[in-house]
Design a protein around this ligand. Structure first.
Ligand code: F6P
Length: 319
């Protein structure tokens, strides 16, 4: 008898989910399994919005951002009574394996689901925040970084035409990864992230001196999770440094865009290893990527370990 396996996307979508869905359908069919799509994340799982998937569903999506099957942040799934309904829906369709593309919040829900109902699952870290313990890479990060890169490069054009400071705010929730990598690869003057305490007054003399020496503009990358908002930082530049300032909150454009080659390839690999793991009875894991390759890690450990930004990266801006 064919094994039934389902997939859902949960939380903030990332560019790379569609290539992952394509690989999911193609690989499961190749392995003689029956793939199912669960639409709109855990919400769809509760509402029984679950349908058989086939090749036609995934044709022409590899180059598209977002997710064809929708995503959601489900408050209901945090309640046991809805998780029970979710399990009944899977049982009715004889779905015994589940793949979840999502971030830490989604994995916490999955953790509860597993503890109560023992569904076999594999989590695939998918969040532009890159803030999941145990994996060095989450699906979607490279595309987000490239979207930020295009934006900063474009802002630099106008910043250099005027004498202005530009505060560019990146996403990342409480994690400074996107901001930090963008800073190191865009040549910005200042990077502010939640992981490092800062005091703007420490930069006052230096920045004033730089203007005296001919600097025309500043680019500041500010992570959304820092203590001040971007408008306050812009005001500081106007008042203390004496330079006109503008704020650009990049916002949700960071979650969109065509998946990069890296994200398409990572989607392919994450899905392949996730399915291989489930077939080899790795029944409660998150598939993580580190320098030494892909490893199945225990969900319990992943959700209960606080994420730490790579110390080597932090050193680059704290010296
Ligand atoms: O998916 C992660 C993320 O993009 C965070 O970086 C951001 O704080 C949040 O989601 C925004 O969420 P929403 O799309 O619900 O506004």
């Amino acid at each position: 008898m064919k094994k039934n396996i389902a997939i859902l996307c949960s939380g903030g979508d990332v560019s790379g989910m569609n290539p992952a869905l394509k690989r999911f359908v193609e690989y499961t069919l190749e392995k003689n399994m029956q793939p199912y799509f669960i639409y709109d994340g855990y919400e769809g799982l509760i509402d029984n919005n679950i349908k058989e998937a086939n090749y036609c569903d995934v044709s022409g999506i590899i180059n598209r951002g977002g997710t064809k099957i929708g995503s959601a942040r489900s408050k209901r799934f945090m309640q046991a009574k809805y998780r029970k309904i979710a399990k009944q829906n899977l049982d009715t369709l004889h779905v015994t394996m589940l793949i979840v593309l999502g971030g830490d919040g989604s994995f916490r829900g999955l953790h509860k689901f597993y503890k109560e109902h023992k569904i076999k699952f594999c989590g695939i870290p998918s969040t532009i925040d890159n803030d999941i313990a145990g994996t060095e890479y989450c699906l979607g990060v490279d595309t987000a970084l490239n979207m930020i890169k295009y934006s900063i490069d474009a802002i630099r054009d106008t910043a250099s035409s005027f004498k202005r400071a530009f505060i560019i705010e990146t996403m990342g929730n409480k994690c400074g990864y996107l901001a930090l990598i963008s800073h190191l690869t865009s040549g910005s003057e200042l990077c502010l992230i939640p992981e490092i305490a800062y005091d703007l007054s420490a930069y006052e003399h230096k920045f004033k001196q730089e203007i005296k020496n001919g600097r025309r503009y500043f680019i500041v990358i500010a992570a959304e999770g820092i203590k001040q908002n971007s408008i306050e930082i812009a005001q500081w530049f106007e008042e203390k440094i004496g330079i006109e300032s503008r704020v650009n909150v990049l916002g949700h454009l960071q979650r969109g865009g065509n998946p990069t080659v890296k994200d398409r390839l990572m989607a392919y690999k994450f899905i392949t290893y996730a399915i291989d793991g489930l077939m080899q009875n790795k029944n409660e894991s998150v598939i993580c990527y580190t320098e030494s390759g892909f490893h199945h890690k225990n969900l319990d450990t992943v959700v209960n370990t606080p994420y730490q930004l790579d110390y080597e990266l932090i050193k680059f801006i704290s010296s």
